[in-house]
Write a protein that binds this ligand. Sequence first.
Ligand code: TYD
Ligand code: MG
Length: 479
Amino acid sequence: KSKEKVQWVCSNCGFSAGQWWGVCRSCNVSGTMKEAKFSSDADSVISGFSVLEDGVGSWLPQQEGELRPLRLAEVNKGLDHHHWRIPLSGPFGDEVSRVLGGGLVPGSLTLIGGDPGVGKSTLLLQIASIIAEGHHDGEASPVVYVSGEESVEQIGNRADRLRIQSDIYLYSSNDVEDILKKVQHLSPGALIVDSIQTVYLKGIMGSPGGIMQVKECTSALLRFAKKTSIPVLLIGHVTKSGDIAGPRVLEHIVDVVLYMEGEKYSSHRMLRAVKNRFGSTDELGVFGMSHSGLQAISNASEMFLSEQHLDSEILAGLAVAVIMDGSRTFLIEIQALCLSSSTGSRQVNGIQLNRADMIISVLIKQAGLRLREHAVFLNVVSGLTLAETAGDLAIAAAICSSCLEIPIPNDIAFIGEIGLGGELRMVHRMDKRVYTVAKLGFRMCIVPKVAEKALGSEGLEKMKVVGCRNLKEVINTVF
Ligand code: TYD
Ligand code: MG
């Protein structure tokens, strides 16, 4: 009796079709269409979640009357604009709220992604505590923290370490249906699910973490959030390719996607919105991870400045570049060392040799630097590899600084590509890079002249953006 239906599902974007395609018709990636079988009852789940709706879904608030188009005024009638969002302050200052676009929106589904161990569970437990303490209008409501990864004792231990004593319900479960049923009657101020890769929906094919499970569980949570107006926060682990749970499809379903980033040996963490239906995606929150959890960092400029860099004595040959990795912005230090030598050898680390050669040649020809009689060593601090031409200008500045033996003040950053004529060229996402530099407390940012005009002034009040046409102008400005 159990009829089996075969579908082909793209493991990259979740597109499904009744037949196999060598190249996915939705995302154009080849070889991603995988066969998926649905039993007849599971099929009903796929098309419209009837299991949730009719079976256990009866606890969901029922829609009153007939659905019809509503007037804007009708929709906005009961809305108090000042208290629309839930602010998340406490130890976070306004960092989390700002990244969210002004606070957490009731009924929204937010996905927080990040590498394992970066501090997602810590962040969300702290968020749970802030909401539960009702910093907004003293209106406290409990928060439910559900973990499919850890036992309630483990979460309890973490809360103890973080000295959290708020009204939080802890629950350890992997079954989305079970979670939503148990959470509903508590009418919490928020629901937190840690993580999307560990939960499943009965009746859906595949194991937790698989494309279908991840997609359907997320959709179920979204429907729950919308129907109950309870904000849902979802943790997602980032896979090697940099996507949450592999498929991009997850990012399309949810309202807000935040990425938490941090370097291995640094206590700093960044929170960035990569998608936000309720605000801008150019916001960056900066935190420090301490023994008592995450805390907002007001003066973030120290973040990437090495200890030596912060000391009063600034070394020559150091320059700061601004690079992007996917949608993420990083600031990195470039080191150069120029030594008189007859051989004129070049040693580079973290930079492509031919790019370095080109920049050195341009400095010789267009800026008159006597680098032919120098051995040049180049290094990218922290072991990163610079793959972008946006770092050209910082490389050139570091070489100039070492060659001229004049240190560059540690609050100047450089962004720009260098052409063979020594001219500075625009690079993509200039606005995002410059904004990050400003946010991190820099005093000056050197950019190509063309970029200067294109940049607005919002968020850049405290930093001077200096546009230069070519390397000569850069040298005159900095040295
Ligand atoms: P965690 O939130 O478990 O990371 P994720 O959920 O993203 O995998 O935190 C991971 C690290 O944070 C862990 O190595 C210990 C550290 N940590 C602190 O430094 N201070 C703290 O107060 C807590 C709770 C964790
Ligand atoms: Mg965790």
